[in-house]
Design a protein around this ligand. Structure first.
Ligand SMILES: N[C@@H](CCC(=O)N[C@@H](CS)C(=O)NCC(=O)O)C(=O)O
Length: 236
């Protein structure tokens, strides 16, 4: 059976990472049985989660995992989509993963009010005085990465303007369709939904959640995806 290594449930979500949740959805779309385990970053081939183990093959990165599943099990998770739709799917996937993701990193790891909640959950098992030290270092590291990536160089208002435009674009592409590219969920939903889910979660009630609330079709989409994949949501 395929094993997904992730961080584990947090913030009322099935996993702290949108990439782990994406991988889980891909496996559900592929109708393949899997189990979830808590992974360690130092054992992950690329130092990030998720990674999977499938019949002795260890593989990192949600996109490469998807291609591995499609090749190994001879399935096309985007069957029925035109080449233009596949192009839109790829562009949307990378929009959320390589752009929106960083605004959400800033939101969770650098906004003091949100970070207090994040650190309280992620580092709850660490003893004093390790907990405040690790908390401080982790937030500082996130800040350094945000600076290198570029998102961290924008003011909070500028970041929010980018997020507002990103979310409005996703809402416009969704329109009144049930899923991002039609009546059935496909790989783009596996990628986009976890980010929409994170932004809708009332765990942080902030300007990001307000943006989501201004797009009723995205709220309907989040509910439809949740019903479709039927996750058992953990207690907070
Ligand atoms: N491109 C990767 C991204 C995975 C990723 O960024 N994972 C983050 C958690 S959301 C991680 O493991 N970060 C740990 C680190 O960078 O030290 C994928 O699609 O799987």
């Amino acid at each position: 059976m395929i094993t997904i290594y992730g961080f584990g449930p947090a913030f009322g979500l099935s996993d702290a990472s949108p990439f782990v949740r994406k991988t889980e959805i891909l496996l559900k779309l592929a109708n393949l049985p899997y189990q979830k385990r808590t992974g360690k970053l130092r054992l992950a081939p690329k130092g990030k989660l998720p990674y999977i183990e499938d019949q002795g093959v260890i593989l990192s990165d949600s996109t490469f995992i998807r291609w591995h599943l499609e090749k190994t099990y001879r399935i096309d998770l985007d069957a029925g989509l035109s080449s233009q739709q596949r192009g839109v799917a790829w562009a949307l996937e990378k929009l959320v993963e390589d752009h929106l993701y960083w605004a959400l990193v800033q939101r969770a790891w650098r906004d003091p009010a949100n970070y207090r909640k994040v650190a309280a959950v992620l580092f709850k098992k660490l003893p004093w005085p390790l907990r405040p030290l690790v908390s401080y270092l982790a937030s500082r590291q996130a800040g350094q990465r945000l600076w290198v990536q570029g998102m961290g160089r924008h003011t909070p208002d500028e970041q929010l303007a980018l997020v507002r435009n990103t979310v409005a674009s996703i809402a416009a592409i969704l329109g009144d369709q049930a899923f991002m590219l039609g009546a059935r969920p496909s790989t783009v939903d596996a990628a986009v939904y976890p980010f929409m889910e994170s932004m809708t979660s009332d765990y942080f009630d902030d300007r990001f959640t307000a943006i989501m609330r201004s797009h009723p079709n995205l709220l309907r989409y989040v509910a439809a995806m949740r019903a479709q994949i039927d996750f058992d949501l953990p207690e907070r």
